[in-house]
Design a protein around this ligand. Structure first.
Ligand code: NAP
Length: 294
């Protein structure tokens, strides 16, 4: 039996904004699904649909052929993979896939630790937001060895549409950093454009519907723009997580001696918002600083 076919037993750790939808697609595809999340209540809807609750990440791994993690920060990944009740202490021969946005260095370390225990590990962060997770339209960028990628592909295809093997361990996370660097300047541009439109007395919805179909079109303009106009700052993608990503990207860029003035400016602005108590708002709340919001 191929471990990636529909009978593969899958474990899923991290059932937040993204993970709950991703896990649901796997369950719907017929995979037996074991789950764990720090706050147990977030697992309830999936348990009602047939998933099996486990008390630790280790217990998830012990009964799974494939284990997927979608937690928050690199320290969360370390805890669920390397902790005493963690995945690596209990997985036997499983394919392990971390889909959290985390650091390339940690991805390399996990691949190394997994190999020491007879497991294969991939870093496979995603892009496409809460909408992409709900609609199984994520872009997934994968680092790790090619055989492990081939094995993971049918499972990743349940959650995403564009799935790329980016290279060796850590390459998925590096690719995701490119994505976050582009978003940093795009969301600033979206807020600036809307602030200008508001000051000029234009109809913001009309502006969005017009320029969203032209050369300025982007996920930030087309999905976050309407949320900004409505004053809807619910996450989507939390500022706290974007700050984590920008810090990783800027540290890597520093190490490689690449200047990222757009990303550096975005981090400064998001830190300001975070200090004002908006860390758990969506990234579109940047509009508050530009006066672009309703
Ligand atoms: P989220 O809603 O905070 O989900 C993370 C989940 O992981 C939470 O339910 C959290 O538990 C759980 N968790 C964290 N640490 C844990 C631990 N040590 N043990 C067990 N469970 C743990 O965040 P999200 O928006 O789904 O994002 C998840 C990851 O994907 C982040 O790295 C983010 O940067 C990345 N990402 C997000 C988006 C997006 O649009 N949201 C898009 C692309 C990538 P609690 O319920 O107790 O908090």
């Amino acid at each position: 039996m191929s471990e990636a076919n529909s009978a593969a037993r899958i474990g899923f750790v991290g059932l937040g904004i993204m993970g709950q939808h991703m896990a649901r697609h796997l369950l719907a595809a017929g995979h037996p699904l074991r789950v764990y999340n720090r706050s147990a209540d977030k697992a309830r809807p999936l348990l009602d649909e047939g998933a099996i609750w486990c008390d630790t990440p280790g217990a998830v791994a012990a009964g799974s052929d494939v284990v997927i993690t979608m937690v928050g920060h690199p320290h969360d990944v370390e805890e669920v993979w390397l902790g005493a009740d963690g995945i690596l202490a209990h997985a036997s021969g499983a394919l392990l896939i971390d889909m959290t946005t985390s650091s390339p260095e940690l991805a390399k370390r996990l691949a190394h630790e997994a190999a020491k225990r007879g497991c294969r590990a991939l870093d496979a962060p995603v892009s496409g937001g809460d909408v992409g997770a709900r609609e199984a339209r994520l872009s997934i960028m994968v680092g790790g060895d090619a055989a492990a990628f081939d094995q993971a592909l049918p499972i990743l295809q349940r959650m995403g549409k564009t799935i790329v093997h980016a290279g060796a361990a850590g390459s998925g996370q590096h690719t995701k950093m490119c994505n976050q660097i582009v978003i940093a300047s795009t969301i600033m541009g979206t807020c600036e454009g809307l602030a200008y439109a508001r000051a000029a007395g234009l109809d913001l919805d009309l502006v969005l519907s017009c320029i969203g179909g032209g050369a300025a079109g982007s996920f930030q303009l087309n999905v976050m723009g309407p949320r900004i106009v409505k004053g809807d700052f619910a996450p989507g993608f939390m500022i706290e997580h974007f700050l984590k990503d920008l810090s990783i990207a800027l540290a890597e860029a520093d190490r490689m001696k690449v200047a990222l003035p757009g990303a550096a400016q975005a981090r400064k602005l998001y830190m300001q918002l975070s200090e004002q108590g908006h860390a758990r708002d969506g990234t579109q709340a940047l509009a508050r600083l530009y006066g672009a919001a309703a």
